[in-house]
Design a protein. Structure first.
Length: 231
């Protein structure tokens, strides 16, 4: 019994972790974390995306389990199109800021804070004046919700229901999957954060190349999602 429960827990969490690493998920998180200098904020951003994603899966699964109302396919298609548009916007806007506004890196500190690196731009001036703007957790929460409505997320929610006969098991499976998704996205956020900070220490040029590639991939995958959502 203990081995069966352990296996059940392991599979649920692993599936969640695996789902977190889908291309549209990691590309979204990379856009929000690539300029962030605070590790705690990076983890917070990852967690809020996961909360939005998991909340929608809970709603889809519980409504279907209790009332037998299935999420219409056209809703999943619309959500997938929205994700495509969001990725194109995030990647395109990042490219615009990266080159049009002369975005680069420099090292500085605020009062008693430790010295750290920051990414900013100055289109018309060479002065290093900027403000540290906090990332909007609400934006990632909403984007996570849309991801939950999109194809793969919704199908996973329904597949969990098909293999579940009671409400308690349904909640347990969804919770384990949500935990796995949060772990996976937090791991990616942490990896991307440390990778970029490592590169920032070494070369501004390599950092620009990496962010350029990430932003182009973000736009390209957004176009791909738009195309398959209308087929």
């Amino acid at each position: 019994m203990y081995e069966l429960l352990s296996s059940f827990l392991f599979i649920g969490i692993v599936l969640g972790v695996k789902h977190a690493f889908e291309p549209d998920h990691v590309l979204t998180i990379s856009q929000f974390t690539q300029k962030e200098t605070n590790f705690i904020k990076v983890i917070g951003l990852s967690i809020f995306w996961s909360i939005g994603h998991s909340t929608i899966l809970f709603v889809i699964a519980i409504v279907y389990f209790a009332l037998g109302i299935e999420l219409p396919e056209f809703v999943m298609k619309i959500a997938e199109s929205l994700i495509g548009l969001i990725l194109i916007f995030l990647g395109g806007f990042a490219l615009f800021k990266l080159y049009y506004k002369k975005i680069h890196i420099h090292s500085h500190k605020h009062d008693s804070e430790k010295n750290h690196f920051h990414l900013h731009g100055h289109k018309n001036s060479e002065e290093h004046k900027h403000q540290h703007i906090k990332k909007s957790l609400l934006r990632l929460l909403l984007i996570g919700c849309i991801h939950g409505l999109a194809g793969s997320g919704a199908f996973i929610g329904l597949s969990i229901i098909i293999n579940t006969t009671d409400f308690t098991s349904l909640i347990l499976k969804l919770t384990l999957f949500a935990i796995g998704t949060t772990i996976g996205m937090s791991l990616f956020g942490a990896f991307f954060y440390f990778l970029l900070n490592r590169i920032k220490d070494k070369s501004n040029f390599i950092f620009k190349i990496l962010t350029l590639i990430t932003n182009i991939l973000c736009c390209a995958y957004g176009v791909f999602l738009l195309v398959i959502s209308v087929i």
